[in-house]
Design a protein. Structure first.
Length: 213
């Protein structure tokens, strides 16, 4: 029963980790959402909605995963395949900043030519030129980059953070059930690998998001 826990939250009391875990496992999303909305309105003016202006920039569409749902990727050598030149990427960033943006989401395909060195150089160049939040590289991209660079997940994340990475998007989760993943995206990272990236990122001090498709 989650009602006593929700009542406690509505009364302004702090929940224990065990109580939070019980809410996490609750299937009653509507009830949880209703209470969360009520608590939010108490803390903020209900007439004020916050948002952030950012832009999703795909640095490459070259990918080897062949996911069944993707119309974005191209194979290396395809006439439409690309890796964005830095100045093209910079132009997109400047367009975003001119509109009040302050965050860039960088994602792309699993490109065999783009190793850890490439991303370290790219992130440093971006952060040296622009004052923005760099939200980049989903867990499958991290796993792929670590693999082709012959590095551990932890070392890869540490070096990316030092180069300017601020947080990690939760893309590539699709559904964290390997039976499903093996049907729709068999060449992407496994559920355990996705979770390993996220857990390691948190230990490293990198915030993350998560998505479900």
């Amino acid at each position: 029963m989650v009602e006593p826990i929700l009542k406690k939250a509505l009364e302004g009391e702090r929940l224990t980790p065990e109580e939070a875990l019980e809410l996490f496992h609750s299937p009653d999303i509507l009830l949880l959402g209703n209470v969360a909305s009520r608590l939010t309105r108490r803390k903020k003016d209900s007439r004020v909605i916050t948002y952030i202006v950012d832009r999703n920039i795909n640095y490459t569409n070259i990918c080897i995963t062949n996911c069944t749902f993707c119309a974005f990727y191209r194979s290396a050598g395809d006439p439409d395949a690309y890796v964005l030149p830095f100045e093209t990427l910079a132009q997109k960033i400047e367009e975003t900043l001119a509109l009040g943006g302050r965050q860039i989401l960088l994602q792309g395909g699993h490109n065999l030519d783009l190793t850890l060195d490439y991303f370290e150089d790219l992130f440093r160049r971006i952060k040296q030129r622009y004052d923005l939040h760099l939200h980049a590289l989903s867990p499958p991209e991290i796993v792929h980059t670590a693999r082709i660079s012959h590095k551990s997940i932890e070392d890869t994340l540490r070096r990316l953070k030092e180069a300017g990475l601020d947080s990690i998007p939760g893309g590539g989760a699709e559904i964290l059930v390997d039976r499903v993943r093996n049907q729709i995206s068999p060449a992407k990272c496994t559920t355990d690998q996705w979770l390993e990236v996220m857990e390691t990122a948190h230990r490293t001090g990198l915030p993350t998001t998560a998505t479900m498709m």
